[in-house]
Design a protein around this ligand. Structure first.
Ligand code: TYD
Length: 236
């Protein structure tokens, strides 16, 4: 597959076209951002760790019946993925209260959420990714009704699969965000799954092993990402 020009540069990844319109190359950079891009830093090795971590998770999910855009690892920081029409929506599941849920509702961080809470956010940095619901999505045609149902179902299936995967490695999957696209008419999991877009705590000590280390200036960000990867069996 031949890498052609850069199509898009996001906050942590860049997308390149290839000689096949059905596929693009995701390049995971070391750039790390928080608070809608207000805090930005380069963290050495982050691109490589997240690329390998994401490949492991996407292959794990695909084997368990979740359609994903992932095709193959191309290099330490590049992956070949399906070229999808992305829906501008973020699907979040929360198993334990943290982050914006606590800020919005005054709930104490660490409270177990049973049943788990599902939320939609609009992918729009300028608007600070506002929370939305099914009515906004339908009225503004951000996704079809059927695709909304499928995204929600898949996000809950991923919760069962990944809660188990991380629990077996001594970690709690506190919350996570997924993004979906449409490829040849089918809803497919896209973007990435890495400690940049989820919260993971050590089961015993409750130590934060995710991007909150960066957001909150706790240090040891990449060391924590590497620890999570190694604990679930990713080869770095
Ligand atoms: P949330 O608590 O809503 O926001 P914040 O991280 O700003 O406190 O996020 C819930 C989970 O979803 C968390 O693991 C981070 C992830 N997420 C993103 O990665 N990007 C986003 O734009 C949003 C809204 C959430």
């Amino acid at each position: 597959m031949e890498k052609r020009q850069e199509l898009y540069a996001g906050k942590a990844k860049s997308v390149y076209s290839t000689d096949d319109d059905d596929f693009v190359i995701l390049c995971f950079r070391d750039d790390t951002s928080a608070f809608d891009g207000e805090k930005m830093e380069q963290l050495s090795r982050k691109g490589e760790v997240n690329n390998k971590f994401n490949a492991y998770i996407m292959e794990y999910l695909e084997k368990a019946g979740i359609p994903t855009h992932f095709e193959s690892l191309l290099s330490a920081n590049e992956a070949l993925v399906k070229n999808m029409d992305m829906m501008p929506i973020e699907c979040v599941i929360r198993n334990v209260a943290s982050g914006s849920l606590c800020r919005r509702l005054g709930v104490k961080e660490g409270q177990e959420l049973s049943p788990a809470i599902f939320e939609f956010f609009l992918k729009d940095d300028a608007l600070h990714d506002p929370m939305i619901n099914e009515y906004h999505i339908e009225t503004f045609s951000w996704a079809s009704k059927e695709n909304v149902i499928t995204m929600k179902e898949l996000t809950f299936k991923v919760n069962i699969l990944l809660k188990d995967l991380f629990s077996e490695a001594g970690m709690i999957l506190v919350d996570y965000k997924l993004e979906f696209g449409v490829f040849k008419g089918k809803v497919v999991l896209g973007d990435e799954f890495s400690p940049d877009g989820c919260r993971l705590w050590d089961e015993k000590t409750r130590k934060k092993l995710d991007k909150d280390r960066f957001r909150q200036g706790l240090g040891g960000v990449i060391e924590a990402y590497e620890e999570v990867a190694l604990r679930i069996g990713v080869t770095l």
